[in-house]
Design a binder for this molecule. Sequence first.
Ligand SMILES: [Zn+2]
Ligand SMILES: [Zn+2]
Length: 241
Amino acid sequence: MAAIAEGLKKLLFPRARCLNCNEPRKIDLGAPLCDECVIELDELRLLDHICPHCLSPKRHTEACGYCANGGMTGLAAAYSPYRYHGVSQELIVRLKFQGIYQAAEPLVEGMLSCFPGRPLDIMVPVPLHKSNYSKRGFNQSELLCQFLCAETGLPYQNALSKTIKTKRQSTLSHEKRHDNIKGAFSAVMPVEGLRILLVDDVRTSGSTARSCAAVLLKAGAKEVSLLTAVVAATYSEKSSS
Ligand SMILES: [Zn+2]
Ligand SMILES: [Zn+2]
């Protein structure tokens, strides 16, 4: 009888589950993450031992290898709340490959917490190639822009188009990423004189961001900086490990 009552309760009041650990949510039924995973996500914040310019992990005393290797070419600054690991990685996967929009919420909250104080005119999402767009049904970077726009009032425009279908960057070595993405983007709107915040979900080698920035600057943009939800392993992290 108790089992039937329990089953009926579950049917009538389905427990929402944490998007990371799949445990029943403990505080707010509308929340995407449970208490433990909120704490875990907070521990992934990019705070100490990072280059203030590009956010790559580095030791306090050493120069930033990523910046020294031209990692920030064309980019005025980079902003991101979290390392790509554990909870943040799971949220990206849920958002990008499972289309769970709610997974964007904690990421957007983080992005707002480090939203650039510099003067900006528009946000521009990193575009998907149209074949990937139709497969996925949405562009996760555009979705992040929509949330950010709603909160900050800074407008966004799809000023870039991805005209060449490239291999997935994550399947390639850092060395090959640049060649893979080179020439893949083009500007499809006037951006002359604009201070642009390029928005993407993940930054790894930065090849994608640099290619987009190069196209925008060539089209006359005044400045391009980068905001991503997460930063994955970079050159300097690789070389220090
Ligand atoms: Zn959880
Ligand atoms: Zn750096």
